[in-house]
Ligand binder design. Structure first.
Ligand SMILES: Cc1ncc(COP(=O)(O)O)c(C=O)c1O
Length: 384
């Protein structure tokens, strides 16, 4: 049985050419980029080339890219330093952020003098812009807004340009967790006044354990990991050259192929939704994940018409049949509480039914979609 991988919002399969390039670098470019001898300088030059190329995809400056161990660290760096070093006293966020953001701001609120306000989330999973503007206009303290670009569970897209301009109007800083959008959506940071963003290579067919923060010039963020003076003093620790090369290579391919891969993945999502509607009457789409204008092309989150007592075994049964997908978000698998995102957007009744996130990549096929629809339909019928 060949497994069917529909959990690409949790992580993606590394591209073969990226893994090959990394293996070469791992063997050849072993110098410490902080060393002044020629072997170290080769690593330093490779590192800085990657930084320049990564920055160029966003029309940003190389000096605005800080390499981190991934999205979680990039979010932590920005949020913690904004409070500790930039004097932020008020954070505006939402209840549907990834835990990398929500748990960090909760910890900051418990340990420092920052207060947190939550903007209303509508039933379609979008942020209420009117409420955001109210919160901003009532905020007298130094304020930072942190709202994710693409929700990792229900796929809702935030209009980051609108929010960034709103923040400018109200003199607030804006951080966006763009972990689910970098490599999938273009972001021109010379036009969109976002101050900070977070990205992670394993979400765009790169290696795990590497990512970056974009920090717009002029903000003196201080490190949360202290030690050496790497990353212009913003993040200590010897840089992982092969991972950074892998991230650069995977981002390069992602943006080179963005139109063709987006069209292909969108056609898979459209086909999946059409077939699900035909084959499973009563199926519902969480948030607005079946609305192509409001939700990312990369995922769909469904609520199945299955009795409450049959719900817990659903994912397990799909796994037994070789289908990898996710309940809510993979970062919380093993947790006994339900998804904090679905808790915000679903009715009491639908929270009792199984909800499953299917997330796609360019490596999926229509045949796989057919198999998943067939299997889901059989499981729903068995559970009726
Ligand atoms: C929206 C979002 N933010 C942050 C993260 C964390 O990124 P990383 O796994 O690189 O730490 C994830 C990963 O699931 C994510 O989906």
């Amino acid at each position: 049985m060949t497994p069917i991988y529909l959990d690409n919002a949790a992580t993606t399969q590394i591209r073969e050419e990226v893994a090959d390039k990394m293996a070469l670098i791992l063997k050849s470019t072993y110098g410490n980029p902080s060393s002044t001898h020629s072997i170290g300088r080769v690593s330093k030059s490779t590192l800085e080339q990657c930084r320049r190329r990564i920055a160029s995809h966003f029309n940003a400056k190389a000096s605005e890219i800080i390499f981190t161990s991934g999205g979680t660290e990039a979010d932590n760096l920005v949020l913690r330093s904004a409070v500790c070093d930039l004097g932020v006293k008020h954070i505006i966020s939402s209840k549907i952020e990834h835990h990398a953001v929500s748990h960090t701001i909760e910890a900051l609120a418990n340990s420092s003098k920052v207060r947190v306000s939550y903007v209303k989330v509508l039933k379609d999973g979008s942020v209420c812009m009117q409420h955001l503007e109210e919160l901003l206009s009532q905020s007298a303290e130094k304020t930072l807004v942190t709202l994710m670009h693409i929700n990792n569970e229900i796929g809702t897209i935030l209009d980051v340009e609108y929010v960034a301009n709103l923040c400018k109007k109200h003199n607030a800083l804006f951080h966006s967790d763009t972990v689910q959008s970098v490599g999938h959506y273009p972001l021109d940071l010379s036009k969109i006044p976002i101050d900070f963003l977070a990205a992670s290579a394993h979400k765009f067919h790169g290696p795990k354990g590497i990512g970056f923060a974009f920090v717009r010039s002029g903000f003196g963020l201080q490190p949360i990991i202290t030690g050496g003076a790497q990353e212009r003093g913003c993040r200590a620790g010897t840089e992982s050259i092969h991972d950074i090369v892998g991230m650069d290579a995977s981002l390069e391919i992602a943006y080179k192929n963005i139109v063709s891969e987006k069209n292909f993945i969108l056609s898979l999502k459209t086909y999946f939704i059409d077939r699900l509607k035909q084959e499973i009457p009563g199926i519902e789409f969480n948030g607005c994940s079946d609305d192509f204008s409001k939700s990312t092309y990369t995922l769909v989150n469904v609520c199945l018409p299955v009795a409450q007592e049959k719900a817990p075994l659903f994912l397990f049964q799909l796994d037994l049949k070789g289908i990898a997908c996710s309940k809510g978000s993979a970062c919380q698998s093993g947790s006994t509480t339900g998804s904090h995102v679905l808790n915000e957007v679903l009715s009491e009744e639908n929270l009792k039914k199984p909800s499953i996130r299917f997330s796609f990549s360019c490596f999926n096929t229509t045949k796989e979609i057919d198999t998943v629809v067939h299997t889901l339909k059989a499981l729903v019928l068995e559970s009726a």
